[in-house]
Design a protein around this ligand. Sequence first.
Ligand SMILES: [Zn+2]
Ligand SMILES: [Zn+2]
Length: 153
Amino acid sequence: MAIIVDKKNVNYVCKICSKKIKNVRDIEVIIPISENKLDDSFMFSDEVIAHKDCCTSLTNYNLYKDLLHLRNKCIVNHRCEICDTTIDHPENFMMTLVLSSNPRDILYKFNFLPFHKSCFSNSDIRYRIEKEIEKRIEQGAWIHAFNNDKYMK
Ligand SMILES: [Zn+2]
Ligand SMILES: [Zn+2]
């Protein structure tokens, strides 16, 4: 968000309508939350800068907002999903991002869960997520959104 501070030089072009964004207050910054490039939520990835109004006109914008709400709840709640204790050390904190934005998908319930890295690494949850992702890669339904993928290692 720091890039928006320079008020003299508002020189951003909206990713959606391709017009210049004249007023900083009209800017909406979309943050990457999807782990799968083929998920509906991935259109809101890649640090998109756009007009607020242009964003709200998008088909999946409400979906994105709902997912973002879940993400924010996860960040506040630092309780490990596996051992149910507070995650005190940031270096031992990890969370899943959007594995699926479809509520009927079995991966949906694994979106935005907080874990101790140490708990996650040998857990059944990790195994189940990885199995699902592997299956989807084979079916051509999954492309990793991030290079440093934490599940497949
Ligand atoms: Zn626009
Ligand atoms: Zn734990």
